[in-house]
Design a protein around this ligand. Structure first.
Ligand SMILES: *[C@@H]1O[C@H](CO)[C@@H](O)[C@H](O)[C@H]1NC(C)=O
Ligand SMILES: *[C@@H]1O[C@H](CO)[C@@H](O)[C@H](O)[C@H]1NC(C)=O
Ligand SMILES: *[C@@H]1O[C@H](CO)[C@@H](O)[C@H](O)[C@H]1NC(C)=O
Ligand SMILES: *[C@@H]1O[C@H](CO)[C@@H](O)[C@H](O)[C@H]1NC(C)=O
Ligand SMILES: *[C@@H]1O[C@H](CO)[C@@H](O)[C@H](O)[C@H]1NC(C)=O
Ligand SMILES: *[C@@H]1O[C@H](CO)[C@@H](O)[C@H](O)[C@H]1NC(C)=O
Ligand SMILES: *[C@@H]1O[C@H](CO)[C@@H](O)[C@H](O)[C@H]1NC(C)=O
Ligand SMILES: *[C@@H]1O[C@H](CO)[C@@H](O)[C@H](O)[C@H]1NC(C)=O
Ligand SMILES: *[C@@H]1O[C@H](CO)[C@@H](O)[C@H](O)[C@H]1NC(C)=O
Ligand SMILES: *[C@@H]1O[C@H](CO)[C@@H](O)[C@H](O)[C@H]1NC(C)=O
Ligand SMILES: *[C@@H]1O[C@H](CO)[C@@H](O)[C@H](O)[C@H]1NC(C)=O
Ligand SMILES: *[C@@H]1O[C@H](CO)[C@@H](O)[C@H](O)[C@H]1NC(C)=O
Length: 801
């Protein structure tokens, strides 16, 4: 149990004694545990940040440090000021770490330890503490380190104890992945201020970025200053520049930095270090810090950070209805993780001049289109609006929307051009203020029409085949651009859905011909469906026929075992590399279920609702589905399209809390900038979205009552469970009322949240007929086109099961 967990169990013991333990109306803030997902590959950032803030301070450990800190290592090598959260790629950022030492043994500068590899110090087990805006840890060299942040500045309080104190704090020109090219550092002998810069690589993309910092200290008199190179330090010179030497690379990169040594601090033993960061210049790094935290006031800065987080979280309130503190912790922590990235770098973008907001760390949209941006739209539409404006501005200046972006660089595209989905989702959900939708529309059309020279980092490949053959051939002939010629199946279904989303925007903007055209193209997933394909597992027929399969240019079929790249067969063979296969990070089993805009046709294609439901259930039960990768999220709710909304609810409870819990290993995969968090929290609120559509699937919230206040209209929408029980026996909706009137649709649209109101769900122990009729199902392409709307086969099929 983490320290935080311990704290919560004490808190819950206290609460249990009070009479209102049943009704948590206290701020969700107290339930957030930032340590969830900090072991076994969650890569969650556990440190101090503001919502979507650029400064993210934490202790960096020596391995599995994608999020800076993790419990996979017990050695801390520095405290750095910027991070990404939950990444599946390499470690991002972590530039210019500080490292404090109580003194240099024998009072000899050279007896302090300078390189990362030598100075690493174990932390005191159990000393770690984290809550939104705050992180603390004690090192096994008697130093306690606490940190908090403002938007562009990290603030550290180092407390020293023991004898012969003459603390030395160094700042190192490195980053977590040792990617520094050129670098430069200087220390001011009077003030102890250290400034510097460096050129670094992004962790899952191309190019380089320059970053600058400015560190100031308060709390003790300056004794001396200097620089270090390798494990040698001196008081002269006061600055040093490095260029790559071609020999010392990777983990052997030359350690270079500066240091400031102090006389013993006053009786409290504290030295405050304030580090401003900027992508523009060291001057701006210094002025950011001076403006945001003029007086080195740690407690005041922390209080401001806590206040911002409480306000962010307070748009939701729950009546827990007797649900355990653990479940509430899962929920609030998940919401919190959904508000760490993308990061607001407005005013910090050296690449172009613009009055638009600039956000970065879209890491990656392939992950975040599925529920992160929907969570942000719901809870913080103002931030989502700024993000959409920044995406459109990236298109304006880079020529394409990103599919992944970090540290001012283009990141790798994993499948489709999925920013199209984010834009459509926002377009449909009243994300309008200051958004230039005409340019937004050009951006998505560019994805759909113009193949870029390098489609490994933006746009789509194979567009000529897409337009002429209506699928991505496995052996595509594409002389128009370069990119990895793999993933023909998953790219086909993602491009199809991207086109569906473009059609929605076209419709809204009145581009009727485009609407028709992209609607037509959105049906292209059907062209990869091989209707006689069977699937064997361990030599036995699974009994389901018809799967997506590879298709060649000449129209003949290839073969990829439908289970290949599922957890049951060569799970890790479909990553982004030249040896990749025809699906990405998943199997044909999985991608055969991916037609989010055309579910009516898909259900029909797979044999009608009853067979569809059996197949979907088999997919979940057999172990073919991995919920730790984002494509799994929607799979929990597809039962809604087969008239079985109760099974979506059952499946949600199957995964939460068994796979999403309060332990430090409590998320099933990389959090990917909050993706796992957004899945858990939206699922627990009972309103998981079909991303890119104005559709939320209704399932009973995991609490007696959930209310969400909309930031655009100030209205509150409440979902109430009647017959709620905290043991989750009554998880099936029997009937529903929206604002007092019977409501039979198994889905909601966003105007419920804009207008406010009450949705009352009456629960029972068994599935009911609520939300099962064809007219109650979420909309789907074919229901407008007519192939299943009102189709009698459906009713018969459902009645027969
Ligand atoms: C919890 O709140 C409900 C109404 O919201 C109220 O009826 C009930 O008495 C409260 N329970 C406790 C233990 O305070
Ligand atoms: C602190 O370091 C010492 C020496 O390396 C080691 O023996 C001790 O176990 C460490 N203590 C903790 C709490 O890690
Ligand atoms: C840290 O403490 C926890 C709980 O007391 C224990 O389970 C764990 O093994 C300890 N870790 C180390 C590295 O000593
Ligand atoms: C921090 O940035 C957010 C936007 O991301 C902004 O709303 C807020 O006002 C900023 N805080 C300060 C103190 O400037
Ligand atoms: C590094 O500095 C050298 C000059 O010292 C310059 O020629 C080179 O372009 C710089 N490289 C980068 C990546 O900034
Ligand atoms: C870094 O700082 C050095 C020294 O001030 C300066 O010469 C260099 O141009 C800076 N590099 C960047 C990328 O700003
Ligand atoms: C740097 O500052 C220290 C402390 O004030 C002083 O002892 C030392 O002489 C100064 N060094 C230089 C080069 O000015
Ligand atoms: C194209 O992308 C690849 C990575 O897939 C990168 O190595 C290469 O530098 C890029 N080329 C250009 C011209 O941007
Ligand atoms: C179609 O193309 C595939 C892949 O190149 C090849 O194996 C197959 O023989 C071709 N089929 C026909 C009928 O030409
Ligand atoms: C699948 O995994 C097996 C066992 O690890 C390995 O021998 C085989 O080469 C893999 N196949 C592919 C196509 O990656
Ligand atoms: C918590 O979640 C993790 C990750 O999904 C899982 O491996 C573990 O079994 C879960 N723990 C419990 C007690 O359910
Ligand atoms: C849409 O958002 C704006 C603020 O951006 C708000 O004024 C308006 O009322 C919202 N529209 C609806 C239909 O709620």
């Amino acid at each position: 149990m983490s320290f935080r967990g311990l704290f919560l169990s004490v808190l819950s013991a206290l609460l249990a004694q009070s009479t209102c333990a049943q009704n948590s109306s206290s701020s969700g803030y107290n339930f957030v545990d930032p340590f969830i997902g900090t072991k076994n590959g969650g890569h969650v950032f556990a440190g101090a940040t503001l919502p979507f803030g650029m400064a993210k301070a934490v202790a960096d450990v020596t391995n599995e440090n994608q999020g800076g800190f993790s419990f996979d290592s017990s050695t801390v090598s520095g405290f750095s000021h910027m991070h990404d959260s939950g990444t599946g790629g390499g470690a991002s950022l972590g530039n210019f770490p500080l490292f404090p030492q109580p003194n240099c043994p024998g009072d000899q500068i050279d007896n302090c330890k300078f390189p990362k590899a030598l100075r690493g110090t174990t932390f005191v087990n159990g000393s770690q503490e984290a809550r939104p805006g705050y992180f603390a840890i004690s090192l096994n060299n008697s130093i306690k380190a606490e940190m908090t942040v403002s938007n562009h500045t990290a603030l550290y309080r180092f407390t020293f104890s023991g004898d012969n104190l003459s603390p030395l704090i160094l700042a190192d020109l490195t980053d977590l992945s040792n990617s520094r090219g050129n670098g430069s550092v200087a220390v001011d002998n009077d003030s102890g201020r250290i400034i510097g810069n460096g050129t670094f690589n992004p962790s899952f993309g191309i190019g380089t970025y320059d970053l600058h910092f400015c560190a100031d200290f308060s709390g003790a008199k300056i004794r001396d200053t200097g620089v270090f190179v390798n494990n040698r330090a001196g008081t002269e010179p006061k600055s040093v520049n490095v260029v790559p030497d071609g020999v010392n690379t990777g983990t052997d990169i030359l350690p270079v930095g500066a240091w400031t040594q102090f006389n013993a601090p006053d009786s409290k033993g504290e030295i405050i270090a304030r580090v401003g960061v900027s992508f523009i210049s060291t001057d701006q790094a210094c002025s950011n810090a001076e403006k945001e935290i003029p007086d080195f006031d740690f407690d005041g800065t922390l209080a401001a950070a806590e206040k911002v987080w409480k306000e962010k979280l307070d748009v939701i309130s729950i009546n827990a209805g007797g649900v355990s503190d653990d479940i509430q912790t899962v929920f609030w922590s998940a919401i919190y993780r959904g508000m760490i990235s993308p990061q607001d770098y407005t005013g910090e973008n050296p690449l172009w001049e613009s009055d638009e907001p600039y956000y970065d760390s879209y890491y990656c949209i392939w992950d975040s289109f599925r529920s992160i941006h929907q969570l942000i739209t719901l809870l913080d539409p103002e931030s989502q609006t700024r993000m959409v404006r920044s995406l459109i501005d990236i298109y304006r200046h880079e020529g394409k929307l990103p599919d992944c972006r970090m540290s001012l660089c283009k990141g790798f595209t994993q499948g489709g051009s999925n920013a199209d989905i984010v834009l459509a989702d926002s377009y449909l959900k009243n994300i309008t203020e200051g958004v230039d939708w005409a340019t937004g529309y050009k951006a998505v059309i560019s994805d759909a029409e113009d193949e870029p020279p390098n489609w490994s980092v933006e746009g789509r490949g194979g567009l000529t085949s897409w337009k002429n053959l209506h699928y991505i051939p496995t052996d595509d002939y594409d002389p128009f651009g370069a990119g990895p010629f793999t993933r023909s199946i998953s790219r086909t279904v993602e491009y199809a859905y991207d086109d569906f989303c473009i059609a929605e925007i076209a419709k809204g903007l009145g581009h009727t011909a485009d609407y028709e055209k992209y609607t037509q193209r959105s049906k292209n997933w059907r062209n990869m469906f091989k209707k006689d394909q069977t699937s064997l597992l361990s030599g036995k027929d699974t009994g389901f026929t018809g799967f997506l399969q590879p298709k060649f240019l000449n129209g003949t079929w290839g073969f990829q075992d439908p289970a290949f790249c599922s957890p049951l067969l060569n799970f890790t063979s479909c990553f982004l590399n030249p040896e990749g296969h025809e699906t990405y990070e998943g199997s044909c089993w999985l991608y055969t279920f991916f037609a989010p805009g055309d579910m009516g046709e898909l259900v029909t294609t797979l044999g009608g609702p009853s067979t569809f439901t059996k197949r979907l259930q088999y997919f979940h039960d057999s172990g073919l589905l991995y919920i730790g990768d984002e494509q799994g999220f929607l799979m929990v709710f597809l039962y809604h399209y087969a008239g079985r909304p109760g099974l979506s609810s059952k499946q949600a409870h199957f995964y939460i809390p068994s796979q999403f819990n309060t332990s430090i290993t409590g998320i099933p995969g990389n959090d990917d900038s909050g993706a796992m968090g957004s899945f858990a929290s939206l699922t627990m609120m009972g309103i998981f979205p079909n991303p890119g559509q104005d559709v939320y699937f209704i399932t009973p919230p995991f609490f007696k009552e959930v209310s969400i206040r909309n930031g655009q209209t100030g209205k509150t929408a409440t979902i109430k469970n009647i017959n709620f029980d905290a043991a989750y026996e009554n998880i099936y909706i029997q009937s529903a009322k929206l604002n007092g009137k019977p409501y039979t649709k198994n889905w909601l649209s966003h105007d419920f949240f804009l207008s406010g109101g009450t949705l009352e769900l009456t629960l029972g122990k068994n599935e009911s007929s609520w939300g099962t009729k064809v007219q109650d199902l979420p909309p789907s392409l074919s229901s407008y086109g007519g192939s299943y709307g009102g189709d009698k086969r459906w009713m018969v099929d459902y009645a027969m099961q």
